[in-house]
Write a protein that binds this ligand. Sequence first.
Ligand SMILES: Cc1cc2nc3c(=O)[nH]c(=O)nc-3n(C[C@H](O)[C@H](O)[C@H](O)COP(=O)(O)O)c2cc1C
Length: 301
Amino acid sequence: MSRISEMLGSRYPVIQGAMGVICNPELVAAVSEAGGFGLLATAFAEDPEMVRDEVRRTKELTDNPFGANLFVMNPLAAKFAEVLAEEGIRAVTVSAGSPKELIPLLHDKCVKVIVVVSAVNAARGAEAAGADAIVAEGAESGGVQGFQGISTMVLVPSVVDAVNVPVIAAGGIGDSRGYRAAMALGAQGVQVGTRFIATKECIANGIYKNTIVEVGEFGTGLVNMGRFQIRALRTPLAEKMIKGEKGPDNIFTPAALKEAWIKGDLEAGVLAAGQISGSVHDILSVREVIEEMVDGEKRSP
Ligand SMILES: Cc1cc2nc3c(=O)[nH]c(=O)nc-3n(C[C@H](O)[C@H](O)[C@H](O)COP(=O)(O)O)c2cc1C
């Protein structure tokens, strides 16, 4: 059993990455039921009781362990951390900012902390701050990222060399080839986002899922949000933003993201997704995705 599976209490070292407003309890529970480790997202939660409610709804659907993501940019992250600990969550990821304040608070409550980074220095800093594991997230991943642009292929072995805690690879992993490649780079687990949007259990709108299935390798681009950027599908709105014809106002609020991601209003917000969209060709069940990933022989020599 890998150190990551042991830490998380999951059968496989496959973490479903947090995904803003589309980490519905049904998706998270399905991942944990299939042997992975589901994560609830709190990035857009507006009240700690919303987080508690999501944890309780997920517990009704699975007895297997699952975790949650704390998004440092959300000013309520420390409050959410307390709720997660009270509800018995044993491992969280911390992303989008410095983990320094959250780690002692979570360790006090015996919660393992996995820090998401996109550069080697940040990985060293997270380890020094007490991180139990690192997610090394390459620039091909979907969602919020910085401006470093380091690919998973380069970032993962560099982080593996730089730290002593286990490393989980993220960004561009969608099937058994990506899983095996991540392990060959020295990772002990994978975190997967985009592939889980195109599943039956994800609450994302059909337009969102089908666009992931239909696009090729040029299907995503980087939308500049000022302090950060978002890798998103090249919808007409994203194209306008990439060309600088539209600013980032009002597209990254909880309401806008629900309109776009769940209801399918493509003018309300951009659809975050990674480059791996180009090789996702079907909408599967979560179990099918995980079983192919860990046991499959897709295009092996
Ligand atoms: C729609 C979407 C929303 C995301 N939201 C979050 C988030 O709330 N917190 C976070 O830490 N990462 C977030 N991510 C990143 C994922 O957790 C994961 O690290 C990433 O998707 C991995 O790369 P992949 O998309 O190539 O699989 C998001 C990714 C996507 C596609």
